[in-house]
Design a binder for this molecule. Structure first.
Ligand code: PGA
Length: 254
């Protein structure tokens, strides 16, 4: 049984005081979550405050991005070593918003995964197809391409050190969620793709679902055999909503 991971992706939202209040709210309810693992991924500038507030709690910290390079003259970037120093356990890599708005290619994503792992953190590799790709029957080829790009560059062994998030682009922030069956089909496809190279690693890797997951649909999604958690955007910005999803993760883990 893979332990569910519920991770909040705050994206570029919040103020310092709002972020602190949200962390405190999550901490208040976190004691009710026993079996699911819980993580929050605030913007970089709130990591310091988040690390202090989360100290000693089971709630883990993650970042939303990382630089491909180790350090030096890369204005505006943040290095993996810095994230590790601020207590990050997870780093979201290759989110569709990064791929679409900032031109992140599979090659860049592969480098981000490698540098994250090299610094002792766990990447959350995001993959997903657009609505147009799905409607044109390209879902499997797009997902296979994104997964293979990492297996080819970093080796299948790297999948023992990362999490995957399947995030259909058409479901992100749209309120339009993949049905549990639609999501399960893709999760199963991803796991079989990895199993083609290493069945033991495929059986262990956690594959989270992301895309308008909320309290009302979390349990049905998380009950699917190959859905091992959630990467939560909008619904992670209110502590009660996020905690309700964490509790759904707990319920299915039980
Ligand atoms: P959403 O975002 O839950 O707001 O759809 C998910 C994500 O982009 O990680």
């Amino acid at each position: 049984m893979r332990q569910p991971l519920i991770a909040g992706n705050w994206k570029m939202n919040g103020t310092r005081s709002g972020a602190e209040a949200l962390i405190k709210g999550v901490l208040e309810g976190a004691s009710l979550v026993g079996r699911a693992e819980v993580a929050v991924c605030p913007p970089f500038v709130f990591l310091d405050a988040a690390e202090r507030l989360l100290a000693g709690s089971p709630v883990r910290l993650g970042a939303q991005n990382v630089c491909t390079e180790e350090g030096g003259a890369y204005t505006g970037e943040v290095a993996a070593a810095m994230l590790a120093e601020f207590g990050c356990r997870y780093v979201i890599c290759g989110h569709s918003e990064r791929r679409e708005y900032y031109g992140e290619t599979d090659e860049i994503v592969a480098k981000k995964l490698a540098v994250t792992i090299a610094h002792g953190m766990t990447p959350i590799l995001c993959v997903g197809e657009t609505l147009q790709q799905r409607e044109q029957g390209e879902m499997e080829s797009v997902i296979a391409g994104q997964v293979d790009a990492i297996m080819d560059r970093n080796g299948v062994a790297s999948f023992a050190q990362l999490e995957i998030a399947y995030e259909p682009v058409w479901a992100i922030g749209t309120g339009r969620t993949a049905t549990p069956e639609q999501a399960q089909e893709v999760h199963d496809f991803i796991r079989r793709r990895i199993a083609g190279q290493d069945p033991a690693i495929a059986a262990k890797v956690r594959i989270l679902y992301g895309g308008s997951m909320k309290a009302g649909n979390a349990r049905d999604l998380l009950s699917q055999a190959d859905i091992d958690g959630g990467l939560i955007g909008g619904a992670s910005l209110a502590a009660d909503d996020f905690l309700a999803i964490c509790q759904a993760g707990d319920a299915v883990a039980g």
